[in-house]
Design a protein around this ligand. Structure first.
Ligand code: ATP
Length: 251
């Protein structure tokens, strides 16, 4: 589904990604790990066209993703969450989630007030979809609540709901359990496992929480200083001396 080949990104004198390559098959859950500054978010930024690599290629479902326009990414079935939550504090949980569906036709959140033919019907369908996702993630009770003031663990689930309502095939999660307590991490892992199957998702997850990422992913890619230093099943990568030295040994 996704092929990243020889990807290099430089910011002035800093090489954030240095010839990185890996593939992701449809339906897989792949963990992307590495110490701070390893290049994980830069890689996500390349996959979502927020960043243009100096060289290398990204092929997604047979398409050249580097050539895609940034605004086309959601329409191609790619959604992401962010390390620092990008929610609108004064909007309700439901409206925050609806923002994730804005590319799905004329009745997206921003055109909700227009009287175009069929828009009301589309808007109703999108709202029903958002409500179904909210229900599925246990957020129905706070749907009308402004995002501000809600517990952090709830906001992390709102962020996931916003990505899911975009109906992605490829879901990119950037540190989804960062800041959650042990019970919330376990709950998030269970939810992710089940929505992955229900929604037919392929998932790439960036995470520093080793218990979570090693427990939930079938395969791990480890970066260090912009280079891929290991790739394989969690049990192998955890034992890899290069990974232990670069990351686990200093965690
Ligand atoms: P963390 O785990 O701390 O989030 P990361 O693995 O996601 O780290 P990146 O955020 O991708 O790492 O950063 C990789 C390197 O590129 C770092 O040295 C960072 O300072 C640098 N970098 C990232 N974005 C930019 C930018 N827009 N301008 C300059 N340097 C950048």
């Amino acid at each position: 589904m996704l092929e990243v080949h020889d990807l290099t990104v430089r910011f002035g004198g800093i090489t954030a990604l240095d010839g990185v390559g890996f593939g992701v098959a449809g339906g897989e859950m792949v963990g992307l790990i590495g110490p701070n500054g390893a290049g994980k978010t830069t890689l996500f930024n390349c996959l979502t066209r927020r960043c243009t690599p100096q060289s290398g290629s990204i092929t997604y479902e047979g398409r050249d993703l580097v050539a895609a326009a940034p605004h086309a990414i959601a329409g191609l079935g790619i959604a992401r969450t962010f390390q620092n939550l990008g929610l609108f504090p004064r909007l309700s949980v439901r409206d925050n989630v609806l923002v994730g569906a804005h590319h799905r036709g004329r009745a997206g959140f921003f055109s909700a007030g227009l009287r175009l033919p069929g828009v009301r019907r589309e808007e109703r369908a999108l709202r029903a979809d958002a409500d179904a996702v909210l229900e599925r993630l246990g957020l129905a009770g706070v749907a009308a609540h402004p995002a501000t003031g809600l517990p952090f663990g709830t906001l992390k689930r709102v962020e996931l709901a916003r990505a899911l309502v975009a109906r992605p095939r490829l879901l990119l999660l950037d540190e989804p359990v960062n800041g959650l307590n042990a019970a919330e991490v376990a709950e998030f892992a269970g939810t992710l496992e089940s929505v992955r199957a229900e929604y037919g998702l392929t998932v790439v997850v960036v995470e520093h929480h080793m218990g979570f990422v090693m427990g939930i992913c079938e395969r791990i890619v480890c970066l260090d200083f912009g280079r891929k230093i290991a790739e394989g099943p969690p049990e192998e990568v955890q034992r890899d001396p290069a990974v232990i030295e670069a990351y686990l040994g200093t965690a």
